[in-house]
Write a protein that binds this ligand. Structure first.
Ligand code: SPV
Ligand code: MG
Length: 288
């Protein structure tokens, strides 16, 4: 999967990567035609009913990455937050994520424990640049497959440190060997990210997560030219919550499941997603 992602990035087109929080949602991402899966920390935290504050452990996240990669051939971009500790911990994390079937990791320059970048309040503390360069170097030195991508994410704009600091950090992380740079912003308009991208003179392709500024669509992203990947960061979990809330409310209101039945997928569709056809084949072959 690693070389597949590397090749896609070399194709010089915008890659669309959708969040997933389970093997089932990962399969739906694949069937919808996305280029990759974002193993989002925010989504997995929400799945457990927890805030995105480094509460979910590396083991929990790794188990999910492994389960997703067992179910879909799509490249998985793993959100490893701050790398679960210092540069030494990063060496361990990279080996584990590679083994679990991820094609790439995104590591961010915040301190541990992190606070969700989308939180309107809360501390957003950044590491010293040198320390984060060390974490990138540790990631690069620990990958066994050179096609396993190390994506460095700067939270300088999220922390309110401004474009100059974001550019300085992005340049330092590129020099440290990062394959791509993720620039994150929670401004309600694309202006902040567009300005950063225009000012970016590095060679590393850019990744964005336009959750807070949804009008930044594919046409607008492509017009900037330097962005190679867009991550739809939490749309799987938000779509699930929307759908469940709606159906549950209708069942309560209507006093039964008779009205919603036609509006939700059939049990047969779930059988298909579960791979029940394979069970039938095995049954025929081996049950005697
Ligand atoms: C995630 O999806 O976990 C992310 C993106 O890291 S964001 O929540 O926007 O920080
Ligand atoms: Mg995250």
């Amino acid at each position: 999967m690693t070389s597949k992602l590397r090749k896609k990035i070399a194709e010089d087109r915008l890659l669309h990567v959708m969040a997933a929080h389970s093997p089932l949602s990962a399969k739906l991402v694949e069937e919808a035609g996305f280029d990759g899966i974002w193993a989002s920390g925010f989504e997995l935290s929400a799945l457990y009913g927890l805030p995105d504050l480094s509460f979910v452990s590396m083991t929990q996240h790794l188990d999910m990455v492994r389960a997703m990669s067992d179910q879909t051939p799509l490249p998985i971009i793993a959100d490893i937050d701050t790398g679960y500790g210092n540069a030494i911990n990063v060496t361990h994390a990279i080996a584990e994520y590679e083994r679990a079937g991820a094609a790439a990791i995104v590591i961010e320059d915040k301190t541990f424990p992190k606070v969700s970048s989308l939180a309107t309040t809360g501390r957003q503390e950044l590491l010293r640049i040198e320390e984060f360069e060390g974490k990138i170097a540790a990631a690069l030195a620990s990958r066994r497959d050179p096609n396993f991508l190390v994506i460095a994410r700067t939270e300088a704009l999220i922390a309110g440190l401004g474009e100059a600091e974001a550019l300085k950090r992005a340049a330092a992380y590129e020099s440290a060997g990062a394959d791509m740079i993720l620039i994150h912003s929670k401004q309600k308009t694309p202006n902040e990210v567009e300005s950063f991208v225009r000012a970016w003179s590095g060679h590393a392709p850019i990744v964005i997560v336009p959750t807070a500024y949804p009008e930044m669509n594919a046409a607008r992203i492509s017009a900037l030219g330097k962005i190679r990947m867009v991550i739809y960061g939490n749309h799987a979990i938000r779509a699930s919550v929307t759908a469940m809330k709606d159906v549950f409310a209708r069942i309560r209101r209507d006093g039964g499941i008779h009205t919603v039945n036609k509006d939700i997928v059939s049990v047969e569709e779930i059988f298909r997603l579960q791979g029940m056809d394979r069970v039938r084949l095995v049954e025929k072959q081996f049950l005697r």
